[in-house]
Write a protein that binds this ligand. Sequence first.
Ligand code: FE2
Length: 170
Amino acid sequence: MTTIDDYLNNWLRDAHAAEEQAETMLSTASDRLKDYPDLANRIRQHQDETTNQRKLLEECLERRGTSTSTTKDLMAKTSAMFQDMGKAMAGDEVVKTVLFSYAFEQMEIASYRILVTAAEAAGDQQTRSVCERILQEEIAMADWLQQHSDAITRQFLSREADTTARSARA
Ligand SMILES: [Fe+2]
């Protein structure tokens, strides 16, 4: 029989695997965004937060007497898919980065909301407060992306228009 504690452990492991994927994804993205310093900085900040989140989840799993799993879960597979799609998009990767990062943050927000509720149900207040804290960081990142999405898209499109105009003159 699967207990509440088992479910909580499984979902914590899923979240941990997703954070591991996010670390790779964010570091690849921040290296490629030299022309978009605000986005690159915000992504680097979230990269640090993500590394910390991964460690916090490891502590939760350890405290709960279980370990991280090496099996890639659904979220990790999804983020790997984002990464591949990102690689396939030449030129407009800044826009794709905003798109995939926002979608990924929404998935993380949903996942940490579930974890907060599950930790509460399991009576594990420490895990609950860790997940609550991580949830706030994911919400802040998603909000930032939402607020900057229009400006980044416009900046990208006007750069593209400049490049097209320059090559038409050449
Ligand atoms: Fe995260």
